[in-house]
Design a protein around this ligand. Structure first.
Ligand code: S3P
Length: 432
């Protein structure tokens, strides 16, 4: 397995960065464009492996999709023009492709099968399969369709009222997509607020959806219209460099054009609560999504408690928040985050194991972790275990570690941030 050795910084971080396009929005833009009638153009598309899985999945359904770097043109011919795939669909490492497309595959009148890589094959699919069955879906698969591979005997589904049992934007989105294609009305009742990019994009693609409290209502048999869309920068990618600047002395950076959707910006709230010197400026909207610039300087951080409704809003940022907490004065407690166990790795274990290997005072709990700081981190080894966000957490730790940090399997970072190491080097102040 490949590895890379990263040396501690001599000086701080400085400069401006534009992080790649948002992963959640890139997936969804492809889904709606591929189902749409008409040609859609997507710019600043995330070219990470996960989003390319969603592109490939729709090519298997006969949709013509052209990609030149971060520009994607999708020649949608409408839902009725899709063709039955002739081979199994490979979801790769992508949980978002797997969950969202389950809602689509179950509701299209085609037979299809799908599989994933070793990590995705361990992640729960019953969270989408069971509610989709309430709408009449015929899905079979390994361990009673709890796990991939799955087979979809696609058919017209019937709208239903579904109370979600997990706080998950992926499950909500799968049900809304299925509801959009089904016969009749579907109501999805959320357990708590999760990222709302699907709902935002539905308006962009001419789909009617209503929200009343925690209840989303969508009418079936809706055909998306084509749209042109620019994807905002991914705040989950920005999070790595925001924390990097906060914990590295002599740093000041600006991240431009990043998505600031209030259901996704919990990292900013967390850094503010930790006392970071951070400023956010909303500069406008792309489509319905707020976008802006975030600047941050080296900061004296304090420990905080993260729990409850804030957790879904920063779930993907917890690995890098844990690293920030190792440098904060006092205790940081992360709870209500049991969902971390079913991410690309069990992120409670992979964060605790790797940060402890670098000397952090961190312990796992049933639904999160407890970190005591500040602690000087040593050099050492961080194993990404194939999880992009764990690899990036380790790389950022190398900025402040007292010796070199070796990252095992850094290639996994391409899943969500192909330009990560370019940016990682770019913002280091050069000694003349
Ligand atoms: C995502 C939702 C979250 C998140 C994942 C992307 C999405 O997952 O962790 O990286 O695009 O809807 P859950 O819905 O499982 O919480």
């Amino acid at each position: 397995m490949s590895s890379i050795q990263l040396n501690p910084l001599k000086e701080g971080l400085s400069g401006n960065l534009s992080v790649p396009g948002d992963k959640s929005i890139s997936h969804r833009a492809v889904i709606f464009s591929a189902l749409a009638e008409g040609t859609s153009h997507i710019t600043n598309f995330l070219t990470g492996e996960d989003c390319l899985r969603t592109v490939q999945a729709f090519r298997e359904f006969g949709v013509e999709i052209e990609r030149k770097g971060k520009e994607v043109t999708i020649y949608g011919k409408g839902i009725n023009a899709l063709q039955t795939p002739t081979q199994p669909i490979n979801f790769g490492n992508s949980g978002t492709t797997a969950r969202l497309l389950s809602g689509v595959l179950a509701a299209l009148p085609h037979f299809s099968t799908a599989f994933g890589d070793a990590s995705l094959s361990k992640r729960p699919m019953d969270r989408v399969v069971l509610p989709l069955r309430e709408m009449g879906a015929k899905i079979s698969g390994r361990e009673e369709a709890r796990l991939l591979p799955l087979a979809f005997e696609g058919r017209e589904l019937t709208g239903a009222t579904i109370e979600m049992s997990v706080k998950s934007a992926q499950v909500k989105s799968a049900l809304l997509l299925a509801g959009m294609l089904a016969e009749g009305e579907t109501n999805v009742i959320e357990k708590g607020t999760t990222r709302n990019h699907t709902e935002m994009l539905m308006s962009e693609y001419g789909i009617h959806i209503q929200k009343e409290g925690q209840k989303l209502t969508i009418q079936g048999n809706q055909q998306p219209k084509s749209s042109d869309l620019r994807v905002p920068g991914d705040i989950s990618s920005a999070a790595f460099f925001l924390v990097a600047a906060a914990i590295t002395s002599g740093s000041s950076i600006l991240i431009e054009g990043v998505g600031l959707n209030p259901t996704r910006n919990g990292i900013i709230t967390a850094l503010e609560q930790m006392g970071a010197d951070i400023k956010t400026e909303e500069t406008g909207r792309v489509g319905h999504e707020p976008v802006g610039n975030v600047s941050i300087k080296s900061s004296k951080l304090n420990g905080i408690t993260l729990e409850g409704d804030l957790i879904p809003n920063l779930i993907d940022e917890i690995p890098i928040i844990a690293l920030a907490a190792t440098q904060a004065e006092g205790q940081t407690v992360i709870k209500d985050a049991g969902e971390l166990k079913v991410k690309e790795t069990n992120r409670i274990d992979s964060v605790v194991f790797n940060l402890r290997a670098l000397g952090a005072d961190i312990e796992a709990t049933e639904d999160g972790m407890i970190i005591n700081g500040p602690v000087n981190l040593n050099g050492g080894t961080v194993n990404s275990y194939g999880d992009h966000r764990i690899g990036m957490m380790g790389a950022i730790a190398s900025y402040i570690a007292e010796g070199p940090v070796e990252i095992i399997n850094p290639k996994s970072i391409d899943i969500s941030y192909p330009e990560f190491f370019e940016h990682f080097n770019e913002i280091q102040k050069k000694t003349s």
